[in-house]
Write a protein that binds this ligand. Sequence first.
Ligand code: IFM
Length: 445
Amino acid sequence: MSKLPLHHRFPKDFVWGVATSSFQIEGAAHADGKGESIWDRFCRQPGVIADASNGDVACDHYNRLEEDLDLIASLGVNAYRFSIAWPRAQPLGEGAWNPKGLAFYERLVDGLLLRGIRAYATLNHWDLPQALQDKGGWENRDTVHRFVDYARHVNAALGDRCAAITTHNEPWVVAVLGNEQGVFAPGIRNRKTMLQVSHHLLLSHGLAVQALRADGARSQLGIVLNLAPQMPATAMPADVKAAHQVDARNRRWYTDPLFKGLYPEEVLEEVGADAPKVEPGDMAVIQTPMDYLGINYYSRGVVSADGKDWDAKSRGLPVSEMGWEIYPEGLRDLLCLLHNDYPNLPPMHVTENGGAFPDAKWVDGRIEDLDRLDYLQTHITAVADAMDQGVKVVGYMVWSLMDNFEWSSGYLKRFGIVHIDYDTQKRTPKASAHWYRDFLAYWKR
Ligand code: IFM
């Protein structure tokens, strides 16, 4: 256990940021020629979003760009992670580009650079153009090629000013929640579709990295995965085996192809005829070396052979408002696990970490979100602990800059370190934002 103050445990070239995504904050769903995304369409189905809301206005970030850039700068971060709405850049996902949409992202990137903040752009944070979904979405191999064209166009427009370009955010979510469980857009429930979608997401990542490199990309290129260490509920062999299988399904299904060029045997056996169609050469493409691996961490998984949910709350363990166990050691364990599993792993970047909390306590016009503050502090400590064990971690970003549209939870769950009043769009930094700003000020000294 290090006795150094936390801010002394990170090198001076460490990347500190806050993260958001297009659909969750931008609003302006129909402005300036933006096309329809699968999330615009999905939100219109009755019963799928907890508060029956949508992303039409969200945080109105599209119209409040300058104010939000100043807000980001006020935190003292040196990086901002955002995503580009593909249908804003290219309304139908193929064919004509939308200059007004692209101009918004140019203003965003230029505004960051002007304030000395590095731009971390993500190409796909789930808002696929609906027109491509109408042709089969990510299940259709053609979408892979449409994505590569889109990636090249964005790189040509913005690549000279972006520190990093991430291909996909959390392919597991797109595949499983969107195409197997149907609780996220596009709302499909089919395991075979899910597996083909995951393969096409990985393939499009590899092809995009190759294409951008061939185009002379100057940004760092990578992918972002949502990962959790899976722990057996007991030491019983059946639980240990079940935890291993969930880990293979949720984590190694993505990391083995990326860093070993193969899908885990135990999952291929489990899914049998539902296995994805893989064409010759695909696995080599997926394994294309990248510059960083982004890790989004929120909680651990606890698995028992009887398949029962591990209800952390009823066991008296601390949970966030999402019901997710607060387990900072899991972040250290996950980073160490990946470091040990893959000798060819690129540097890791914690691209999301944070918590949803009720934020009920206002004191003197600000929110005393001490639970979130503690969450951030303990998880940043876990990153430092992993680094002490020799794991290469180059950055950390808080999810999220501001409260926003939390997908099927609508606006009911708040992850921001800045509070949004959705009636007035007033932004109020919470105690956690002040803590992060002060922590970064000490780190800079
Ligand atoms: O809000 C999401 C984000 O879009 C992706 N990662 C997890 C966050 C919290 O659920």
